[in-house]
Design a protein around this ligand. Structure first.
Ligand code: GLY
Length: 350
């Protein structure tokens, strides 16, 4: 078992252990005196892991309840959260009870947001079951929902009481969703760790070392989040590839292309541009591109650069007349680089 302690305003531990889903009750009891636990999950994950989580919670004295929503980004809306509030109030959940988020990024973000706002905040635990949520979204306390104007535009910082990562759950992921998570894994190597990037380049069986890879990614994220919990500075580096990536996702109406795929394209596009401008070491874009291809991720997209750039102006990191991009000096070293919106097309046009 690997453990990563996160020293944020509310400190908590991340546990990485095969089979932890079956013993989750014990870990959750260690961080909560709650009488009731609401398991929030979706229609894909609940049938596979719902019962074992419920059983383990019951063994440790929790009265368990379940809220299951239709799987998919389309459910990540305020009305789904409203239905969660109804389920919580109908079952008499108080401030001392707990929410258990069981699933991928959509589940964790939305259940976390319900936890942050129900009765002005109750505890929650993350049990992420996708690679993307295990290496990224379950850690750091960003919770929220999408609104028609954009993704994650409504939310709150609300740290979980614990994160329980079971790499066995990756066995039920399709190759598409595994690749999706690899987009974020590659991002961590790019922004902070040459060692991780080198491992990804040389490895010929990623699944055999995935526990260590998850550990490395969450440790990087922990370090960044501890220094900048509320995303006022360094945490923005975690958005490498995301400004153009989000724009690509938006141009596809959040269909056809997944988050990790769009981030892969975004990382390659922005690094080609920064390399061209002499910001990034020569050959960096090519290394990222080859790594993305190795892990079944796309490196270009059919949407025109003009539309991508235009769409990127509604990014949360876009302020006034400038846009803050994350660029690499070289693999493992990243920084923020501000570009005037008026120059953004020329900057990206290589
Ligand atoms: N996924 C980016 C962040 O947590 O800040």
């Amino acid at each position: 078992m690997k453990k990563v302690h996160v020293n944020t305003g509310k400190p908590y531990d991340i546990f990485i252990e095969r089979g932890i889903t079956e013993n989750c009750g014990e870990y959750i009891r260690n961080v909560s005196k709650a009488k009731k636990a609401m398991i929030i999950s979706d229609t894909n994950v609940s049938p596979i892991y719902g019962e074992r989580v419920k059983k383990s919670l019951s063994e440790f004295g929790f009265d368990t309840f379940s809220f299951v929503f239709k799987a998919g980004e389309q459910s990540k809306r305020l009305d789904t959260v409203y239905s969660m509030y109804s389920e919580l109030t109908d079952n008499g959940f108080t401030r001392s009870d707990i929410i258990v988020a069981l699933g991928g990024g959509v589940t964790g973000d939305m259940a976390g947001f319900a936890a942050a706002t129900y009765l002005r905040g109750i505890d929650f635990v993350q049990i992420p079951t996708s690679l993307l949520s295990q290496v990224d979204s379950s850690v750091g306390g960003k919770t929220g929902v999408d609104i028609p104007q954009g993704k994650n535009l409504v939310g709150a910082f609300w740290q979980p009481s614990a994160v329980l990562i079971d790499p066995d759950t990756l066995d039920t992921l399709t190759p598409h969703f595994f690749a999706d998570g690899m987009g974020e894994v590659i991002k961590y190597g790019c922004i902070k760790s040459t060692e991780l990037f080198d491992i990804l380049e040389s490895c010929d069986n990623i699944k055999s070392i995935i526990d260590d890879i998850i550990y490395r990614c969450v440790s990087i994220k922990r370090d960044v989040v501890e220094r900048d919990e509320t995303d006022k500075g360094e945490r923005a580096l975690l958005n490498f590839g995301h400004t153009l990536g989000h724009a690509i996702e938006k141009e596809h109406n959040f269909q056809e292309i997944s988050h990790g795929q769009a981030v892969a394209v975004g990382m390659v596009m922005i690094t080609k541009a920064s390399e061209e401008k002499g910001i990034s070491e020569k050959g960096t874009a090519n290394r990222i591109s080859e790594l993305c291809i190795k892990y079944n991720l796309p490196v270009s997209d059919r949407i025109s650069l003009e539309s991508i750039v235009k769409s990127s102006f509604s990014d949360k990191k876009s302020t006034g007349s400038s846009i803050s991009l994350v660029v690499l000096d070289r693999i493992g070293s990243s920084r923020i680089f501000s570009v005037k919106k008026a120059d953004m097309f020329d900057f990206c046009n290589v």
